[in-house]
Design a protein around this ligand. Structure first.
Ligand code: CA
Length: 189
C-alpha cells in the first residue's frame, strides 16, 4: 500500500506546489493591472475639508446593460454647499489630452459626463445617465458611478480628482493623486 500511496502524495504535493506557484504569478500580474486601487492623500490644508483617500473600482459586467461601472469613492471630510468635485477619466487609444470629465456639487443635480480637452470641465456631452452622490456635512463620502458604456467600454481607465473647497473667503483645491496627475491604470475585471 505504501508504495502506492507515496506517489499519490508526491503527486498531490506537486499539484499543490503548482497551484501555489500560479497563485503567486496571478498575484504579481494583479499588481500591474488591479481592478481596484486605493490612493491615500495627505492633508495639505490642515483643515477638516480635505480629501484623505480615494478608491477606484473598475467592474466589468458583460451581462448588464451598462456593461459594468467605474466607481470612484472619495473620502472628502467636511463638505459645504459651495464646494465642487471634478473628476477626469482617461482611457487608452485617444489622442493625447482628450479625456472625459464628470462634475458634481453637494445636494444638487449633476451635468452629463463630458468629453473634454485637457483639464476643462465642459466639452461635448458623452452620456447623461450616471450616478452622483454628494452631500454637505462632516465626514462625507462622495461617489461617482459611471457606466463603462459611457466611455466605450475601455479595458482600463485612470482618473484624476480635483475638489474645490470653499470654506471661507479662500477656495482651496485638493488634487488626487497630485496636481493635474492621473492615478495608475485600473483594468476592468
Ligand atoms: Ca488631501
Amino acid at each position: 500500500m505504501s508504495t502506492i500511496r507515496r506517489p499519490v502524495r508526491a503527486a498531490r504535493r506537486a499539484a499543490a506546489l503548482t497551484a501555489a506557484t500560479s497563485a503567486l504569478l496571478l498575484a504579481s500580474a494583479g499588481l500591474a493591472s488591479a481592478e481596484k486601487i486605493v490612493v491615500a492623500d495627505d492633508n495639505e490644508s490642515e483643515s477638516a475639508a480635505d480629501v484623505s483617500r480615494i478608491l477606484v473600482n473598475h467592474r466589468a459586467n458583460p451581462d448588464a446593460a451598462s456593461k459594468g461601472r467605474i466607481v470612484v469613492r472619495v473620502r472628502a471630510g467636511e463638505v459645504d454647499y459651495g464646494d465642487r468635485f471634478n473628476l477626469w477619466l482617461d482611457r487608452p487609444g485617444d489622442r493625447r489630452g482628450v479625456w472625459y470629465a464628470a462634475s458634481m456639487i453637494p445636494d444638487a443635480g449633476y451635468e452629463p459626463v463630458q468629453r473634454v480637452r485637457g483639464w476643462r470641465t465642459a466639452g461635448k456631452d458623452a452620456c447623461a445617465r450616471w450616478e452622483a452622490r454628494l452631500s454637505a456635512g462632516p465626514d462625507q463620502v462622495a461617489l461617482f458611478s459611471i457606466p463603462r458604456t459611457c466611455l466605450g467600454e475601455p479595458g482600463k481607465v485612470r482618473v484624476a480628482l480635483r475638489v474645490t473647497y470653499s470654506p471661507g473667503v479662500d477656495a482651496y483645491r485638493d488634487w488626487v493623486p497630485d496636481t493635474k496627475t492621473f492615478t495608475d491604470w485600473v483594468t476592468a475585471s
